[in-house]
Design a protein around this ligand. Sequence first.
Ligand code: FES
Length: 106
Amino acid sequence: MKRLIEIPANRLPAEGQRVLLRHEETSVLLFNIAGTLHAIDESCPHSGASLFAGKLHGNMLQCPAHGLRFNLEKGCPGAKGMEVRTYPVSSHDEVCIVDLSEATTG
Ligand code: FES
């Protein structure tokens, strides 16, 4: 069964910004990096800190708690075995869709 979050175009983050999305028990961050949208889990895989306030360095996000870094496109681990889930994002007319059922790690 598909688990989708639909975001109207007028609620998408501006370039360089992020928004927090919630769907049932899942919290997702949606980033706009140079006009491309990226969705990742809001929770850091190390000890669960929120990644919402993490610093961006290009498409790398640094966890504000202990500094692990994550690639927003690939969810590459900041350390071995520490992988953040990423989700595919697509656009359909005036709606953006994050597909929670197609998560990938690493
Ligand atoms: S909770 Fe993110 S690096 Fe420790």
